[in-house]
Design a protein around this ligand. Structure first.
Ligand SMILES: Cc1cc2nc3c(=O)[nH]c(=O)nc-3n(C[C@H](O)[C@H](O)[C@H](O)COP(=O)(O)O)c2cc1C
Length: 309
């Protein structure tokens, strides 16, 4: 998730049970053109040595540029695979014909996948939606094209571009995709509780699931999903565990971006970690005005002490 899945967050997800990690989407053109000392690209490519099974996601619309970027990142040992973004709905991405706009252009999408396939021997996956809008649901044809062009796996977000993130994800179309191709299909969309994963897997026959928003402030969801799939009761993190995880996240963010930016970046994460806890709104308001790490730690400890009491 752009603006969210940097290594401090990915590490929390991995520690809590995520088997595979994906970077934020990275512009293929930006990557090729950025000077080697570009902070923005250093940050986008940053990883932690403890991360495992990390895939980098690229976006763009020009086959040669996508292939060039894929060749470049293929040399970086931290990435197990390359994922191509055919799902982003943001106008600034689709406006240039990238992201989910590619679902309207099968010929161009095929050229991109074929070019990237030639440029890398690493596992190649495609992140897609089910179509552009409700009148153009073409996930099955698109998925077949991806397979024929050389993709090793697909991740299908069960919404159209028109839906953005609203409405319900259509797991039925994901099931149709699974039926239509023989490469692994990962189902995505609306996994917020461990309990609905079994339903998603049963309905789609998918080979795995991808979680986005459900993990915000709740990386424990990954472990809980595994517990439920093993037939166990999912365990709920204690207030102490939530605080410990939030503090490790903060500490990693400070070492990643420095204290000033960490305090700003972590505001949204703390809002998510605090969500649903007693007094969250007041604590969040305090955190949003804080300008020192010490004050932030004091506020957090006070909030979670109260919860435990
Ligand atoms: C803030 C935000 C940023 C996102 N950025 C990306 C991205 O960079 N690449 C991508 O493939 N999907 C991105 N997504 C989409 C999610 O990966 C996922 O497909 C979508 O949210 C549906 O899954 P969920 O219901 O589990 O969240 C983003 C979603 C959100 C909310």
């Amino acid at each position: 998730m752009a603006g969210i899945t940097d290594w401090p967050f990915r590490l929390r997800c991995q520690e809590c049970g995520a088997d595979e990690l994906v970077t934020e989407m990275v512009s293929a053109m930006g990557l090729l053109q950025a000077p080697s000392d570009s902070r923005a690209y250093q940050h986008l490519l940053a990883f932690h040595e403890r991360e495992r099974n990390l895939t980098i996601q690229l976006f763009g619309h020009q086959p040669d540029i996508m292939a060039g970027a894929a060749a470049r990142v293929s040399l970086l040992p931290q990435y197990k695979g390359i994922d191509l973004n055919f799902g982003c709905p943001a106008p600034k991405v689709t406006g240039s014909g990238s992201g989910s706009a590619l679902m309207k252009n099968l010929a161009r999408s095929e050229q991109i996948i074929r070019a990237v396939r030639k440029a890398t021997a690493k596992p190649l996956s495609v992140k897609m939606r089910i179509g552009w809008d409700s009148n153009h649901i073409n996930a099955v044809d698109f998925a077949k094209m991806c397979e024929a062009a050389g993709a090793d796996s697909l991740c299908v977000h069960g919404r159209t571009r028109q839906q953005q993130y609203a409405g319900r994800a259509d797991w039925g179309v994901i099931a149709q995709v699974k039926q239509a191709v023989s490469i692994p299909v990962i189902a995505n969309g609306d996994v917020f509780t461990p309990q609905n994963v079994q339903v998603l897997l049963n309905q789609t026959g998918a080979d795995g699931i991808a979680v986005g928003r459900g993990a915000l402030g709740n990386p424990w969801l990954f472990g809980q999903i595994k517990q439920v799939l093993r037939g166990e009761e999912p365990s709920t993190p204690s207030a102490e565990e939530i605080l410990k995880t939030a503090l490790s996240h903060l500490q990693d963010m400070v070492s990643f971006k420095g204290e000033h930016w960490a305090l700003i970046e972590m505001r949204k994460h703390f809002a998510w970690y605090l969500k649903g806890t007693h007094g969250a709104a007041a604590t969040r308001a305090q955190i949003n005005t804080i300008d020192s790490l010490d004050k932030l730690l004091a506020i957090l400890e006070q909030h979670f002490d109260k919860l435990e009491a």
